[in-house]
Design a protein around this ligand. Structure first.
Ligand code: AMP
Length: 220
């Protein structure tokens, strides 16, 4: 049976980093709508690209369509860790339908809790390896050898265009207005489990892993 999980949390909470680790440990596949939109940016609509750059949400129609299409690819037959989706109540309702029509359902929703000040600190200073996507931070997680990715040895690093002060303020406001209500939406379905995401990366990972195991899901 497929296993589907959602990661909720503000920008900079570490959803991508943690979803990546959890996917590896439990043999699941990560589905990040932000990554999908960035990858599709060239093909994407003008409106979608402008919204992303400014830190606003892309329309529900666009992201729902991406998820409905992606989930049917081979990679996700055993389940998905949704990272950055759903972000609105309408998307959550659509995800329920997408899964239901495929005989699947959400098993667990992991909410990463971080305060706004920490979000700003984390986002300003983060960068990723342009080759393998490993995440780093100027202060919190530097590469072991300067200028070289610990994972793949790559030397080309990227910073996101929307990791600037104006876009971060918009992304935080969107999070509080549109996405935070989902914590309660899923709590009413007994699916939400929260983690203190202000701790060290490895401690957050082990807390998440415990919650997943407690839900009856075992590592590979
Ligand atoms: P992320 O990489 O998850 O931080 O997403 C980067 C940007 O992509 C967001 O600020 C939005 O503009 C857009 N985006 C990603 N996922 C969604 C979503 N589920 N709904 C609407 N917009 C999204």
């Amino acid at each position: 049976m497929a296993l589907d999980l959602v990661f909720l949390g503000p920008p900079g909470a570490g959803k991508g980093t943690q979803a990546r680790k959890l996917a590896e440990a439990f043999g699941l596949a990560q589905l990040s709508t932000g990554d999908a939109l960035r990858a599709a940016a060239e093909a994407g609509t003008k409106a979608g690209k402008a919204a992303m750059k400014a830190g606003s949400l892309v329309s529900d129609e666009i992201v729902n369509a991406i998820v409905a299409e992606t989930i049917d690819t081979e990679e996700y037959v055993n389940g998905a860790i949704f990272d950055g989706y759903p972000r609105t109540l309408a998307q959550a309702a659509e995800l329920d339908l997408i899964l239901k029509s495929r005989g699947r359902h959400l098993s667990l929703v992991l909410s990463l809790e971080v305060d706004d000040m920490m979000v700003v600190q984390r986002i300003s200073g983060r960068f990723t390896c342009g080759n393998c996507g490993e995440g780093y931070h100027n202060n919190f997680k530097q590469t072991k050898t300067e200028g070289q990715c610990d994972q793949c040895g790559g030397t080309d690093f990227k910073r996101r265009a929307d990791d600037n002060a104006d876009a971060v303020a918009t992304r935080l406001a969107e999070y509080h207005r549109e996405t935070a209500p989902l914590i309660e939406y899923y709590r009413e379905q007994n699916k939400t489990q929260s983690v203190n995401a202000m701790q060290a990366i490895d401690k957050i990972a082990s807390d998440l892993s415990t919650l997943v195991k407690n839900a009856g899901i075992q590592p590979v």
